[in-house]
Design a protein around this ligand. Sequence first.
Ligand SMILES: [Zn+2]
Ligand SMILES: [Zn+2]
Length: 705
Amino acid sequence: MDEKPPPARLEEVLIKFTQADNVEGFSILPSAKEAELYSMIPPDFSICDHCLAEIYDPNDRHYRYAFNSCAWCGPRFSIMRDVPYDREKTSMLEFKLCEDCEREYKDREDLRRFHAQGISCPKCGPKLWMEDSDGEKIHSEDPVRDAARLLDEGKILAIRGLGGYHIACLATDDEVVRKLRERKRRPSKPFALMALSVEVVERYAVVNETARDLLTSPERPIVLMPAKGGISELVAPGLDLIGIMLPYTALHHMLLKEVRDQILIMTSGNEHNKPMCTSVECARERLSPIVDYFLHHNREIVNRVDDSVIRFTGNRATMLRRGRGYAPMWIRLPSTLNKPVIAFGAELQNAGAVAFRDKAVLTQFIGDTDELENLEFLDRMLKFFSNVYRIEPSEAVIVADMHKGYSSRRLAEAWAEAHGSSLIEVQHHHAHICSVMVEERVEPSRKVLGIAIDGLGMGDDGTLWGGEVMISSFSDYERVGHLRPQPMPGGDRATIYPVRMLIGILSTFMSDDEILDLLRRRDLLKGLPKGEGEARISLTQARGKCPMISSVGRVLDAISSLLGICLERTYEGEPAMKLEAAAKGSLLRMEPPEIRGSVIDTSEFIERLLGAEGRKEDLAYTSIYLLGYSLGELSSKYLSRSDYDAIFVSGGAAVNSILIKGIEDSLKEFKVKVKLNSIVPAGDGGIALGQVASMLWRDLDEITN
Ligand SMILES: [Zn+2]
Ligand SMILES: [Zn+2]
């Protein structure tokens, strides 16, 4: 077992004593049917050191081969059409092994290539070629070298990789990055980077030991680390963290070795709001307005897999996006389901899940399912996993979010209708807390105290939630405390223009004239496209009929705009992320928000914040910290009703280090641990796991189809 290849995971060892059959000698028998039914779909792994050594060895037949792989490394899930993982069931099928490869494949002594399904060589494997943005083929003896030369000249390239296309360009040249932002219509969302080695990463970011381990792991995620400077400011404007990954295929490694900086922007190759392209046709059609050249290859990408993203919350590594390297590894449930479950997740940054027995399989990161192509992708992946794990939708329970407006919910309804299966709705924040309960393997029917800190989710009372304290078991919950519900004038528009949210909160304790005066003095009217007119409309909405929301995310948005840090959200979470990035100061002498009964009064808090004196970075830090502190304080009232000396915190804002520190500090005297998600995202990308888990301990047979 010490000899296992690096990416292998020993999940459990089952030893069963049986009567010996009447056989002599030793032989490997075919896998039993049962085992075959449930063989796990392996995720894609980065190139191993042996394969890397071969591509730089002029005497090896894999010299400079962009698709080199072995039994220990290379693509899996991204090329698989079905289980088990045999070559005939992958997109390597069309590349017939040459004599040399065949010999290695059949050689029992060849540890790395014997029976390795994905192997190939320059003679028999996939090929690279280059095109210009008009789709004209460019003659090239060495496409990788030519691509590197073009990148160094400041050109933007689309590069077909393992789980899809990337768009690559220099990360150190403002002009180039600005050009990419304009062409991609992406004003400020951060771009991911790829660097040749940890040593190169260290030039640009602070790398701690955990980050180093993650960067070099076979999963090769993008790791967010404190930026040191040296790359263009336009890569991650207004943020203090940059996301970097190491090369994970031979192609990427050779490319990064050739370019002068040894670091490049490597962002998803997609059109604005659309999924990442996986096919040559998609890239030609959609990426040609963005890029100058293409580097294509001819191996089909069967399943799109985006790069995974990990950040640190305090000093804990937490998943932001679960894709390549991690998905679709299954997650063990703390108990057995008596029926299969198919879960459709939420809406933004979504993932779905299928579950059977004691296993849940979360799909790879899907994206925002309010975009039709992403919704179709969710549909396709749920069909794929139902099929490979032999789940009959007609015999499964379908689970969806309570929000009837979610496209994922409508898709779930269509599945339930088509298969005659039951649809169960799960409250958004209960699902969040369940997701961390699964990770912590909470025992059957036990109760925990949970805090859901989030952007937005539908509550069971028809209002929007997102700052909730719950006593939760897997099958049930009680909402025992929350932030004060605040008017959200204009609904969704208030998430795009956080000044609207600020107006909503201010309207609970100030007159219209006072508010308009404050917006003028602080120069915040520019945060509304229609200026003062829009402010007046927002006020009318806030005082009339408008959605009410108890979300932490929206309060952070309002504070971010109040401090002039972010006035427009151009990507999910931007105002709150920029507020966290700006919060480099220290704690001001200020009381946490007042708790009235079971409600945290955020109006009272914002009112005090208006009069508070301090630098922007201190005010930013203090407000986030105290908001977290009050949530911890409120929870502590209910500690006696929990079976654990821990609090389970999840939701999109549960990756905010300062919020979590506030919660932890307020609970210090109670010696309570704070449990966070680590294997699935705390945000909506992990919610499908929670939806599955909320079906545990329910008698699903009672739910008649
Ligand atoms: Zn290898
Ligand atoms: Zn070959």
